[in-house]
Design a protein around this ligand. Structure first.
Ligand code: GLV
Ligand code: MN
Ligand code: MN
Length: 398
């Protein structure tokens, strides 16, 4: 099979035009936004033109299915609130090009997927979590985005497009190509990463409740200030986690809602996201204990209430040996000695699909190691190298 680099890059740029941010090559295409749904409709038409049987599942994940048992390739086409043009999109368009190229060459059937809400407007990799069975549709429907919209309300926006779940039994395995989103490959100069395992994650919303009051008249000693509680929690947590974590462990407070968020009001409530990731489930559990103990300590000291939202999470997942060996052999043929085996610190739909079938992942370099930012980018020759490498692996694995 001969994937066509020009057609691949042209489709990648067309996908970028849906929700283009106007800053660099950035995109704003969160799940179920108008831009996301328009992009999915365009992708559905491209899949149909490639001879695939197209359908949306109940949450809006888009499948283009080839006849007969097939490998499934793909990723997601939704973006972060401020996202790059390649996160997810690369895997979807590479899958589309390989499905087309294989069909043109009379090669093995290849199916394509673009999962919905991988970026977690509502949860953590929501669309593939539901398909893979880590999350029930009822539980997903109750999840809220940061503006209080439910998943049920959001997916209803996809209207008549949505049909039944696609039967995973027809797929022999899943391979997801993705940008690395970190500094490893760009620093070493290597052109590809074959993923060994994907880290696990925990993600929870924490709320400190104090007393909203006048910022001029309330003596410092009488305040129950929610921002001061968050500030104290954040100041303590790094030290408290130190005995438990490794240099590869990460944790992030990325979203904060301070109420009522006004200069002359002592804030009465803060809700913030606490997220942590590691390759070891037991370490994730021990980190949770430290986080809960530290939050409880701060709340007790400062006289605030403490509440938790639902604890979301995915366990670490190792890649399938046979599919991984196929990618390694293709990497050695395409870029001899210039690739590596590496773990993924980012979450991916492959984690959930691993509950249904063997999975593997391929990375290409990220310029500056930057992602989840409008500045995210990859040299287009590196994108094409990844495409060619993936096509070689698919041809050999069928
Ligand atoms: C997915 O985008 C992640 O947060 O790793
Ligand atoms: Mn992604
Ligand atoms: Mn992402």
């Amino acid at each position: 099979m001969q994937p066509n680099p020009e057609r691949f890059l042209a489709d990648l740029h067309t996908l970028r035009s849906f929700g283009a941010s106007g800053v660099g090559r950035g995109v704003v295409r969160p799940a179920y936004s108008d831009a996301d749904m328009a992009a999915r409709d365009w992708l559905a038409a491209r899949m149909q033109a490639a001879g695939l049987d197209v359908s949306f599942d109940p949450v809006g994940s888009l499948f283009g299915v080839a006849r007969g048992p097939s490998l499934l390739l793909g990723s997601h086409s939704d973006s972060q609130p401020e996202g790059g043009w390649l996160d997810g999109a690369l895997g979807v368009i590479a899958a589309l090009e390989i499905a087309r190229a294989s069909r043109e060459a009379g090669g093995p059937p290849v199916s394509v997927v673009s999962f919905q809400d991988e970026e977690g407007r509502f949860g953590v990799t929501t669309g593939s979590s539901v398909w893979g069975g880590a999350l029930t549709l009822d539980a997903a429907d109750a999840l809220l985005d940061r503006d209080g919209v439910t998943f049920a309300e959001a997916r209803a926006r996809m209207g008549a497009r949505c049909g039944a779940f696609v039967d995973p039994a027809q797929f022999t395995g899943f391979i997801e190509m993705h940008i690395e989103q970190g500094p490893t490959l760009i620093t070493s100069g290597e052109k590809a990463g074959v993923v060994s395992a994907i880290v696990g994650i925990r993600d929870v919303k924490i709320t400190f409740g104090g007393q909203q009051n006048h910022a001029g008249t309330t003596p410092m000693g009488l305040r129950r200030d929610a921002f001061q509680a968050l500030s104290a929690f954040n100041a303590r947590i790094n030290d408290r986690l130190r005995p438990v974590v490794t240099p590869a462990t990460v944790w992030t407070i990325g979203q904060v809602a301070l109420h009522p968020n006004a200069a002359s009001i002592v804030p009465g409530r803060v809700t913030f996201s606490m997220q942590w990731r590691d390759g070891d489930s037991d370490r994730l559990r021990r980190m949770e204990e430290v986080i809960r103990d530290t939050a409880a300590e701060v709340a007790a000291e400062m006289g605030l209430s403490l509440d938790y939202g639902p604890m979301l999470g995915l366990e670490p997942v190792a890649m399938d040996g046979r599919l991984r060996a196929g990618l390694e052999a293709a990497a050695e043929a395409e870029v001899p000695g210039n690739w590596r085996v590496m773990p993924s610190g980012a979450l991916h739909d492959a984690t959930n699909v691993a509950r249904l079938m063997p999975v593997a992942m391929l990375f290409v370099p990220s310029i500056g190691g930057i992602s989840h930012d409008f500045a995210e980018d990859t040299d287009e020759t590196d994108l094409v190298t990844g495409l060619t490498l993936l096509a070689r692996a698919v041809a050999a694995l069928q």
